[in-house]
Design a protein around this ligand. Structure first.
Ligand SMILES: [Zn+2]
Ligand SMILES: [Zn+2]
Length: 226
């Protein structure tokens, strides 16, 4: 379902930052915009195919938003020099994101940043235990229900309950092998997600070792776009 620019953790430059996209209704939906995402949007010619860009942000760690200011600058240029493409950014703590973008000289930030409740693809924005103001999303894209965890210390209970009720088509969950950090340990996935539901669960924010472990236990890796 979702395509990914990368599926790596915060420092894993070989796997690329965990950020996803999907094109539907002539709209490029971006979920997070970590390092390398700006370049990949251009290299994959994603703007050629769309009239709108909708950007959902899970939280403001650099590996999730470090391309955001460049994307805003480029879209401003694109609208003047190439053709019109509307773009909006959604984040629950919109006030702080506007301040941050204005410091990065995106002085029109208050006209492009909105709350996730204003995005037609968002069913629910779920607070996640990670650092401050981190969120996951339940989305409806192209008729499919998707959970996207963002970074989170635990599996979100609302999302897990929906998965068990067979109400989620694609469950994207961050996972790590290391214990006692602000990320979901693989043991929590193994203990809470029964084998018959693992085919719907896609793991992200990985390093190479974690990637080979999750596959051993019947979980999936995400679909990387090249
Ligand atoms: Zn991260
Ligand atoms: Zn984070």
């Amino acid at each position: 379902m979702l395509k990914f620019f990368g599926d790596g953790g915060a420092f894993d430059i070989n796997r690329g930052s965990t950020s996803a996209f999907y094109i539907v209704d002539k709209t490029l939906i971006l979920i997070d915009t970590g390092y390398g995402v700006y370049e990949k949007i251009l290299n994959l010619h994603l703007l050629d195919k769309v009239e709108k860009v909708e950007i959902l942000i899970t939280h403001t760690h650099g590996d999730h938003i470090s391309s955001l200011a460049s994307i805003c600058d480029y879209l401003k240029f694109y609208n003047i020099m190439v053709r019109r493409v509307d773009y909006k950014i959604y984040y629950e703590n919109s006030e702080n994101l506007i301040k941050l973008l204005k410091l990065m000289l995106i002085d029109w930030a208050d006209k492009i940043v909105f709350k996730p409740s204003q995005c037609k693809y968002v069913l629910q924005c779920l607070p996640q235990e990670h650092f401050e103001n981190a969120y996951g999303y339940i989305l409806n894209i192209a008729g499919k229900t998707i959970f996207y965890s963002g970074d989170a210390k635990h599996i979100n209970e609302t999302a897990l309950s929906l998965l068990k009720q067979k109400k989620i088509d694609y469950f994207y969950q961050e996972v790590t092998l290391i214990e006692n950090v602000q990320h979901t340990n693989i043991k929590e996935l193994i203990d809470n997600i029964p084998s018959d539901l693992r085919s719907e669960v896609y793991c992200m924010h990985l390093n190479d070792k974690t990637a080979s472990e999750v596959v051993k236990f019947g979980f999936n890796l995400v679909d990387i776009a090249f």
